[in-house]
Design a protein around this ligand. Structure first.
Ligand SMILES: [Zn+2]
Length: 600
């Protein structure tokens, strides 16, 4: 048994007037502490795994293993008013849904692409709202932009190269066949519902030609109409065969309407092209794909007339940073990033607005001294996914200690089918996952065993989801899953910084034209935002009194993981989880007791 148990029992406040059995127990507990203290002396040379039966003995004798009931699919957490329970109530209460939804609506009004008109308009709006809340004027609330080169993948090259900012202005697709010409898709406003018919980096064009229903039937001057994703390979071949353009009605398998109402038939998939793609590409809905296919089958065949109008601007890529300066460890930073680019209301106007509202309401709570200024600094980032986090990490003189990603935080479960999810950074389940873990349709990402970085951040995040559910007065459905990747947490993982992603899935409208305001649930965005900021505030100011609840919650996780590995007959996995939990306890001890590197 290692020293933590001693500390844990030591930090746990003993009941004032212990009942006789309590006296017996605490007598027994005391005996236990003494022998542990003796033991602890001997294991300074590094933590030993806690033998299961000892753990069982502790829980059986020292303290009842009582965990919070919740609607969270994952390990339970211990009860208590510490860790994220210190913040969940005041943060959830302070979050102004109307103000946040007005910001979602503003962001949703634009098809944001890095550095483009909409992206810049959103950054200016955020800057204005944060400044009005004191950022940039209060010396403890900083507000600034980080500028980096605007780059993107280019056709026929690997890597990223300078590019101009791309703003879609208008587009239309008209079918000419039997009868009157039929406009299948069109937009000429930034907020137009069909705006994603133009994939990012598609250049301006005006084309007209016969429909080719498959690659083999492409002739010079025709337009290939396909359900396939417009991949580089497909575009190269169509271009080589003389196609004027490619029209794709591609959707991902998870874009199927979970309510069975076929809403996905009107979904246009959001797609990004490498810059300088040699031919125009349009995205259309499955319904339009079917209409064209039917028209093309008729003897007179079908012809398409398509137009796309875009603007390119020379711009730097900007990342907006708002900092809540810490008190005694202001040089250490906990970062929360939320990407602005992409056209969706849930992905990611909700993450952007939820984080902004969190920063603004937090400034209010600090000013009113409802909450104390954290020990470490909090850094909020808005910008281009991945690039915003690397821009900050590359430019800061602060020491990053943890990072979170606020991405897709406001999905209506009723409308989209998506629930709130905690994506843990790589842990043993990223190698082998067992129930209650399940992967989302997004899919697992391979990680190497030696990339694991044990910590208890996911336990704190799990407490946050459950604590917010308790204060939000709702049976909030949440879950968690092993690492999958695909958001700013990837950058923190690359830089070996503890991290987690808060998102929602499976969202059938994800990355389609259907991801608009009617898919956003203000209360869902509020709950998720409160969970994200509660987690960040604990990481920015972990207390000794947090240690007990974190350790007991880690016990709960260890039990779940070890039992699952034993049930699966996987001793290697069991050993990995024992080592992970032991090192995570050490991380929690160091964080909560503020043990300096020279004291370890
Ligand atoms: Zn996203």
């Amino acid at each position: 048994m290692d020293s933590r148990r001693c500390l844990e029992l030591l930090v746990r406040p003993q009941p004032r007037e212990p009942a006789p059995w309590r006296r017996a127990r605490s007598g027994l507990g005391l005996a236990l502490v003494l022998c542990l203290a003796l033991q602890a002396g001997s294991c300074r040379s590094g933590p030993d795994p806690i033998p299961d039966q000892a753990l069982a003995a502790l829980t059986a004798v020292g303290r009842p293993a009582r965990y919070l009931e919740s609607n969270h699919r994952g390990p339970k957490v211990a009860p208590g008013d510490t860790v994220t329970a210190r913040f969940a109530k005041s943060l959830h209460a302070a979050f102004e849904e109307q103000r946040a939804m007005a910001l979602v609506k503003f962001v949703d009004g634009y098809y944001r692409s890095p550095g483009n008109e909409g992206y810049e308009a959103v950054l200016e709006k955020l800057h204005g709202q944060l400044a009005a809340a004191g950022f940039g004027t209060d010396p403890r609330l900083k507000l600034f932009f980080i500028e980096t080169p605007l780059e993107a993948p280019h056709w026929g090259k690997s890597g990223r190269f300078p590019v101009k900012a791309w703003t879609p202005l208008a587009g239309s697709l008209v079918l000419h066949g039997a009868g009157e010409p039929k406009t299948l898709h069109a937009f000429d406003q930034p907020s137009g519902i069909d705006r994603v018919m133009l994939p990012v980096h598609c250049d301006s064009f005006e084309i007209e030609g016969p429909v080719a229903s498959n690659l083999e039937s492409v002739t010079k001057g025709s337009l290939l109409v396909t359900s396939a994703v417009p991949s580089r390979a497909l575009l190269s071949r169509a271009h080589a065969m003389g196609a004027l353009g490619v029209v794709s009605g591609y959707l991902e398998t998870y874009n199927q309407d979970p309510l069975g109402k076929n809403r996905h038939l009107d979904a246009i998939h959001y797609h990004q092209l490498p810059a300088s793609t040699p031919l125009p590409v349009l995205m259309i809905s499955p319904r339009s794909l079917e209409i064209i296919a039917q028209a093309a089958k008729r003897p007179e065949g079908a012809k398409l007339k398509a137009m796309g109008q875009v603007r390119w601007d020379d711009r730097k890529l900007r990342t907006l940073a708002a900092v809540v300066q810490g008190t005694d460890r202001a040089q250490e930073a906990v970062t929360v990033a939320s990407h602005v680019q992409e056209p969706g209301a849930c992905d990611n106007a909700s993450g952007v607005a939820g984080l902004a509202e969190s920063a603004i309401s937090l400034a209010g709570l600090l000013a009113k001294e409802t909450l104390a200024w954290p020990s470490r600094s909090l850094v909020f980032l808005w910008g281009d996914e991945f690039r915003q986090t690397s821009a900050w990490l590359d430019s800061t003189d602060m020491t990053p200690v943890a990072g979170l990603s606020s991405d897709m935080t406001g999905e209506s479960m009723e409308k989209t089918g998506a629930i709130a999810l905690l994506e843990r950074m790589p842990d043993p389940a990223a190698l082998v996952y067992l129930p209650p873990d399940e992967h989302t349709p997004w899919g697992k990402k391979e990680v190497s065993p030696d990339s694991l970085l044990p910590n208890a951040l996911a336990v704190i995040a799990r407490c946050a989801l459950i604590d917010v559910a308790n204060v939000a007065g709702s049976t909030w459905t949440t879950a968690e899953h092993p690492y999958e990747g695909g958001s700013d947490h990837d950058i923190f993982i690359e830089r070996k910084i503890p991290t987690a992603l808060f998102w929602h899935f499976t969202d059938f409208a994800y990355h389609t034209s259907l991801d608009r305001m009617d898919m956003v649930d203000a209360k869902e965005m509020r709950r998720t935002a409160a969970a994200i900021l509660s987690t960040a505030l604990v990481l920015a100011d972990p207390k000794p009194t947090d240690l007990d609840r974190i350790l007991r919650s880690l016990d709960a996780e260890q039990q779940v993981r070890v039992q699952a590995a034993e049930a699966a007959g996987d001793p290697e996995l069991k050993e990995r989880w024992l080592q992970w939990c032991t090192a995570a306890r050490e991380w929690a001890r160091i964080e909560c007791l503020r043990i300096r590197p020279d004291q370890r």
